[in-house]
Design a protein around this ligand. Structure first.
Ligand code: 4NP
Length: 180
C-alpha cells in the first residue's frame, strides 16, 4: 500500500503502536530498525514505539518479548515503554497500529485529517494476512503467541522496507555498512 509522503527533509519517522508498549510494538520496532540498517536506510528512517495505555510507562519489555528478540541476536534491554498521545503526530510520518483498537484510539487523537491518514495497520503490509489485519495480543497467552507476533512482524516489515526504499530512494552507503 502507498506510504504517506515525507513531510520534509527530516528523517522519516515511524511509530509502532500497540496497547501496553511492552510486547508487540517493541518487537516490531527492533525488527524494523535492524532491517533498515541492513537496507542502508539508517538514519533516513527512525523507528519508535508506543502504547495507547499508561500501565507500563517506563517499564522494560515483557520478558517473553525480550526472549524472542534475544534468540535472533537483538538487544531488547534498552526499551522503556512510552504512551502515545496527540503530540506524536507532530514528528511522526507514519503510525503503524497492531490492531483495530490501537488504530481507532490513535485516529481519535489525530489533530487533523492528514494526521488521521498517517495511521494504518501494520498488517496492511503483511502479504500473508489474508484479510486478518490484526497482530494478535500475546499478553495473556503462552510463548507461541510471541513467536506468531514475530512471524507476522517479519513478513510485514520485509514489505515495509521495500516500500520505504521506493519512497525515499536508493540506499546511501556508508550508512552504516551493509552486512558482509
Ligand atoms: P502489547 O501487550 O499491547 O503488545 O504491549 C499488552 C501488554 C500489556 C497489557 C495488554 C497487552 N496489559 O493489559 O497490561
Amino acid at each position: 500500500m502507498p506510504l504517506p509522503l515525507p513531510r520534509g527533509d527530516a528523517p522519516y519517522r515511524v511509530d509502532m503502536l500497540c496497547l501496553g508498549n511492552i510486547c508487540r510494538s517493541p518487537i516490531a520496532q527492533v525488527v524494523l530498525t535492524a532491517k533498515l540498517a541492513r537496507a542502508g536506510l539508517t538514519p533516513r528512517v527512525i523507528v519508535d514505539s508506543s502504547g495507547t495505555g499508561d500501565w507500563h510507562i517506563g517499564q522494560p519489555m515483557d520478558p517473553r518479548a525480550a526472549a524472542v528478540l534475544s534468540d535472533l541476536g537483538h538487544d531488547p534491554t534498552t526499551h522503556r515503554a512510552r504512551q502515545f498521545d496527540s503530540s506524536w503526530f507532530d514528528d511522526h510520518d507514519l503510525v503503524l497500529a497492531m490492531d483495530e483498537s490501537n488504530l481507532r484510539r490513535a485516529q481519535a487523537l489525530a489533530p487533523d485529517d492528514d494526521s488521521r491518514r498517517r495511521v494504518v495497520l501494520l498488517r496492511a503490509f503483511d502479504p500473508a494476512a489474508h484479510g486478518d489485519l490484526q497482530v494478535p495480543d500475546p499478553w495473556y497467552g503462552g510463548p507461541g503467541g510471541f513467536e506468531e507476533v514475530l512471524a507476522i512482524v517479519d513478513r510485514a516489515t520485509d514489505a515495509l522496507v521495500e516500500e520505504l526504499a521506493t519512497l525515499l530512494g536508493p540506499p546511501q552507503w556508508p550508512s552504516p555498512q551493509p552486512p558482509a
